[in-house]
Design a binder for this molecule. Structure first.
Ligand SMILES: Nc1ncnc2c1ncn2[C@@H]1O[C@H](COP(=O)(O)OP(=O)(O)OP(=O)(O)O)[C@@H](O)[C@H]1O
Ligand SMILES: O=P(O)(O)OC[C@@]1(O)O[C@H](CO)[C@@H](O)[C@@H]1O
Length: 304
């Protein structure tokens, strides 16, 4: 079974504003609301790719109810722990560029956190857990590293998509798959990634720390795949970018869905990049048909 875990889900409120002015009154032309948070996005895309999964994490208040309803309408299994505050609303402002304002999220008590650890401890050998997103202030920064210890003990394959110190701390543990974007990769090594060569160099260094599969995503420039055996570069297909929010989560879902189906890394990587780009080219997260239309356009080349 595949599980996703989102500590700090969000309602993603997308608002389109022509010619946005700071310090002025701006009027939106259209708006959308989506259930969000990185693990929840992974759950939604996996389901659209016909992969059953269960979404875990914390939800609360009217915004939490919205997310639960939306996931149930999409027939995604959930087992969220209820918290007393409102799940955050993250604003994604689309004007000439994309500006994001992510809220802090509600407080998680130590009791609620323990319930989540108990759920994760009940996962079994062969299960996959995708733990993704930022850790709210009330959750210890060691959360991902603690989860990694539990997963290692129980034979659960762990995928982590987070950033900053939480990503640094988890890298000392056994991971099945990790997907930093090039900024997050730079942060890990206290540097900036300014070229493809930098991304390959530091991506390889990251893989040597132990994760079985590493994908460094680079937005419109595609992605690099690195394992002990192989290193590949995928160019992203060309298209009209509508929304890059969730493109990285979609890449994770695409890789995992193809990997559990076929267990071949090359086509899983190709499918991953097609899934990320399919989301970048659509308003919401991508559909399976959109991924299939792009799949053949993703060209993969080995890297020495
Ligand atoms: N402008 C783009 N054109 C084509 N494909 C894109 C574009 N932006 C993103 N993608 C696709 O999505 C994948 C992931 O994108 P990116 O590196 O931006 O992830 P991310 O920073 O983790 O995103 P997020 O945190 O918003 O989910 C890329 O590898 C690529 O396949
Ligand atoms: O604040 P975090 O947890 O780092 O990121 C949250 C978020 O920006 O990530 C998703 C896209 O990847 C969005 O659905 C959501 O709003």
């Amino acid at each position: 079974m595949i599980y996703t875990c989102t500590l700090n889900p969000s309602v993603d409120y997308i608002i389109h504003v022509e010619d946005f002015q700071v310090n002025g009154l701006n009027r939106g032309t259209n708006t959308q609301y989506y259930p969000g948070g990185k693990g929840i996005n992974v759950s939604r895309v996996l389901k659209r790719l016909d992969v059953e999964n269960t979404a875990l994490g914390f939800l609360g208040g009217f915004s939490g109810d919205f997310i639960k309803d939306q996931l149930h309408q999409a027939e995604i299994e959930t087992n969220f722990i209820e918290v007393s505050g409102n799940t955050r609303i993250n604003m994604k402002l689309k004007s000439s560029g994309e500006t994001e304002i992510n809220g802090p999220g509600p407080e998680i008590t130590s009791n609620q956190l323990q319930q989540l650890y108990d759920q994760i401890s009940s996962l079994k050998q062969g299960d996959f857990l995708v733990a993704a997103g930022s850790t709210p202030a009330s959750v210890p920064a060691t959360f991902y590293a603690d989860v990694a210890k539990i997963c290692e003990r129980n034979g659960v394959k762990l995928i982590v998509d987070t950033s900053s110190q939480a990503l640094k701390d988890v890298m000392n543990h056994k991971l099945f798959f990790v997907k930093p974007n090039h900024h997050e990769l730079g942060e890990l090594f206290d540097t900036t990634i300014d070229s493809l060569d930098d991304a390959i160099h530091y991506g390889k260094k990251l893989q040597q720390q132990g994760p079985e599969h590493v994908i460094v995503s680079m937005g419109g420039d595609g992605a690099i795949y690195i394992s002990e055996q192989a290193c590949y570069l995928a160019k992203a297909p060309k298209g009209t970018v509508k929304n890059t929010v969730g493109a990285g989560d979609s890449l994770v879902s695409g890789f995992l869905s193809a990997y559990v189906r076929e267990q071949t890394v090359l086509s899983a990587f190709q499918y991953a990049v097609a899934t990320g780009s399919a989301t970048a080219f659509s308003n919401d997260l991508c559909t399976k048909e959109e991924v299939q239309q792009l799949f053949e356009q993703v060209k993969i080349n080995p890297i020495e």
